[in-house]
Design a protein around this ligand. Structure first.
Ligand code: BGC
Ligand code: CA
Length: 346
């Protein structure tokens, strides 16, 4: 797939500002009130709940309204919620699919009612996004996050001779994976491991666990893996921060001493993930730009309601926000309320 990095806040701003703050002096018509219906796959997901908090702020700033519904892991429930949101008068939808391979019912509902959809975080397959011209996606490039995680781990291993604790010239590692079928699970794992290898690190996979992005499940899986491999594990690569934190919880629960601990890496830069870097528990993470994604979703929603989907806003269906590497050296930059102006260049 050809990734187009088209995020250009300036563009959205240029389109939106006259409508929003132009005081209506030259404009005769009142701008259409934007009411966004948001359907998320599971609000107890840490990253999603933090992303939605950012989204609420962005929507408020733009003078729009949002109604958020939680599919709680059921596609059928989510389909009904989308119908309710449409019936309640939402004029644009933001949908975080439960099953990213099953958007057809939602697309049909939206098309019948001529309500555009911005999918986010859980990427529909390309063919589905082609089903109708009023479908968009806001997210990030899974491959980039995997590569960055691999680079962070390679740097750390090369600069720290203690990383290969048993001095056998190889790094014994475990992977904690997100939901099977999610675009960010397999792709992150593959790219992280391949990047380590291409950086000259010899890797030995001891085990893996599927923990569905979830901290408690990761702790559970990790305790089982530790039960088998004891202090042989030198590196834990987790597909997200919550699972890296769950792995750290497992070691804490089992009272491992610091010199028997592996190095842990996550992805996201959630509040707890960043704190774990400050506390030197997590070696690094890859920032999943929730502020940038929230801003892109909100601006696109306002633009397509008020400007229509033709013209500039209609040209690009994908918006991918770049990831960034986070270590103890730069973690503070990510902890202050972060706006995405650093991502608007080029
Ligand atoms: C995030 C995970 C999150 C998942 C939900 C991923 O992009 O990294 O933390 O659980 O999206 O779909
Ligand atoms: Ca080793």
């Amino acid at each position: 797939m050809k990734i187009k990095r088209i995020f250009a806040a300036g563009m959205f701003l240029a389109i939106s500002v006259p409508w929003l703050w132009g005081c209506g002096k030259q404009q005769s018509a009142e701008p259409i009130k934007v009411h966004v219906g948001v359907a998320c796959y599971n609000q107890s997901d840490t990253f999603i709940s933090e992303l939605l908090a950012c989204f609420r702020e962005e929507v408020n700033e733009l003078g729009a309204a949002a109604t958020i519904r939680d599919g709680a892991g059921s596609q059928r429930v989510q389909n009904d919620q989308v119908k309710e949101l449409i019936d309640a008068g939402c004029n644009v939808l933001c949908v975080n699919l439960v099953d990213r391979a099953d958007p057809s019912e939602i697309i049909d509902l939206a098309r019948e009612n001529d309500i555009p959809i911005i999918f986010f975080n859980r990427e529909p397959v390309a063919e589905d996004l082609k089903q109708w011209d009023k479908l968009y996606y806001v997210g990030a490039d899974a491959k980039q996050s995997g590569v960055m995680q691999g680079e962070l781990a390679a740097d750390r291993i090369k600069s720290n001779s203690q990383a290969d604790r048993n001095k056998d010239g190889k790094i014994q590692y475990v992977v904690l994976e997100g939901e099977p079928g999610h675009q960010d699970a397999i792709i992150r794992t593959e790219n992280a491991v391949n990047t380590l290898r291409s950086n000259g690190i010899e890797m030995e996979k001891l085990s893996y666990g599927i923990a569905n992005w979830n901290r408690a499940q990761a702790q559970n899986r990790m305790q089982q893996i530790i039960g088998k491999y004891q202090n042989q594990i030198e590196l834990v690569l987790a597909n997200n921060d919550d699972m890296a934190l769950g792995a750290i919880d497992a070691y804490e629960k089992l009272n491992f001493t610091e010199n028997a601990l592996p190095i842990f890496f996550g992805i996201d830069g959630t509040d707890d993930g960043l704190k774990a870097i400050v506390d030197s528990k997590l070696a690094g993470t890859v920032y999943n730009d929730k502020e940038g994604q929230a801003e892109a979703m909100a601006r696109l929603a306002v633009t397509i309601v008020q400007e229509g989907t033709e013209g500039q806003a209609g040209e690009e269906k994908y918006i991918y926000l770049p990831y960034e590497k986070v270590t103890s050296e730069n973690v503070r930059n990510f902890m202050a309320p972060k706006k995405s102006e650093s991502n608007t260049g080029s």
